[in-house]
Structure formats: C-alpha cells, structure tokens
Ligand binder design. Sequence first.
Ligand SMILES: C[S@@+](CC[C@H](N)C(=O)[O-])C[C@H]1O[C@@H](n2cnc3c(N)ncnc32)[C@H](O)[C@@H]1O
Length: 223
Amino acid sequence: MKVMVNPEKSASAIQLFWRNFRRNFFEMGAILPSSGALAQAGVAYLAQKQKPAQVLEVGAGTGAFTREIVPLLQPGDTLDVVEINPELMTHLQQRFRQAPAFKVTAGVEVNFITADIRRVPFQHPYDYIIFSLPLTNFPPSMVEEILNLMIEHLKPGGVFSYVKYIFIGRLKYLLGGSTVRTEMTANQKIIRGFASQYQIERRAVWRNIPPAWAYYWQKPHHQ
Ligand SMILES: C[S@@+](CC[C@H](N)C(=O)[O-])C[C@H]1O[C@@H](n2cnc3c(N)ncnc32)[C@H](O)[C@@H]1O
C-alpha cells in the first residue's frame, strides 16, 4: 500500500506550528497549518494569471500557501513573503533551500520579509495578495488598518484572497464575553464594508481543519 503524506503535515511543521500557537494565539490564530485544499483555494486566481505578476504573501507561517504559490511562478514574476515570526521564517527559508516543492524557477525573484505587515516598506503594488492573517483575533482598528493597507497596495484589477474559518467565529462569539462580542461585531462591520466594495467570489473549503471560506476581492480597474 502506498501512503500519501502531505508534506505540509510533516511532524516538524506541525510541531513548530503548535508550539507557536501555544506561545502566541493572537498572531497564529490556528492550531494547524492550512491544508493543501485550502492553500489551493487561496491561490486560485493566481493560478489563472496571464502575464508576469508581482505577488505578496502575508502570514506565510510554515509555508502551506507558499508551496502552492511557488510552482505557479514564471520568469519575470516576483514573490514577497511576509511573516512576523522569525522562527517560522527561518523554517520556511530552510524549506526553500531543501524541499523540491519549493524549488524556484530561474528568473523568479523571491524576497523574504520578517516583519509585521503594517511596517513593511513596500516597493511596488501587487497583482495578487495571498493573505492568511487571523483577522478575527485582531482589534477593529488593526483590522481596518491592515485591510486598507492591502487594498492600497493592490494594483487596479489586482486580486486579494483571504481565508477565514467557517464555524470558529460563531463559536467564539457565543462563548466570548461582552468585550469579545463587541470587537467581533465591529470587525464584521469593517470586513463587510470592504466586501461590499470588492468581493467577487467566495468558496467553501471543507477539506481543512477546521473548514474555511476562501474570499476573493478585486480592486476595480479604474480605482
Ligand atoms: C493562521 S496562520 C497562517 C499560516 C499559514 N499561511 C498557513 O495557512 O498555514 C497566520 C500567520 O500570520 C502570521 N502573522 C500574524 N500577524 C502578522 C502580522 N501582523 N504581520 C505578518 N505576519 C503575521 C503568524 O505568525 C502566522 O504564521
């Protein structure tokens, strides 16, 4: 019998993710790396690209999305990978050096940026932003700041994709105290405001623990 091993679920990636989750739930927002199915949903629009593209990944973690992004890149493309956690970034860079799935095609430029996304000195706007920060953990002012920044750094016609767990928000709302509920309601309002302007599609991904939505927002061509 052939056993299929998902490389993202390798013991070291899971252990590292779990250790960091226990240390810092606020930034991690997940106990496990995303599944291949969720990562493929996150890169669905990038997979249809027709011309050289500038790509930004936000919150790379152990590289679940990155390993789906890398094979889609062709000469002339650039990828900026942002991750706030130095330990996770070191692990990810090691994967680029060692893992065949992270082999970069000649002529593709990859930049690793270990920083808070709010402090990154962006050099140019992006055609695609692949985003997996745990927005529901953040206070409303931070959610608004980050989403404004993402839209600001998207090219006209560019696509921003982000993922959010399907049931966890509801559970957190029901179990949380009044402060949590007030923050969550304010966050929902902010995200709905952006979605009403930019959302073009959403997909449910059941093959993830827990299941998640993938959302796609597009900046209008004339904005
Ligand atoms: C839910 S995890 C997603 C990790 C990975 N993309 C995946 O899907 O398995 C969120 C990641 O965002 C990173 N992160 C959280 N806040 C950040 C910030 N302000 N700037 C950059 N990265 C951040 C965390 O360290 C963590 O690796």
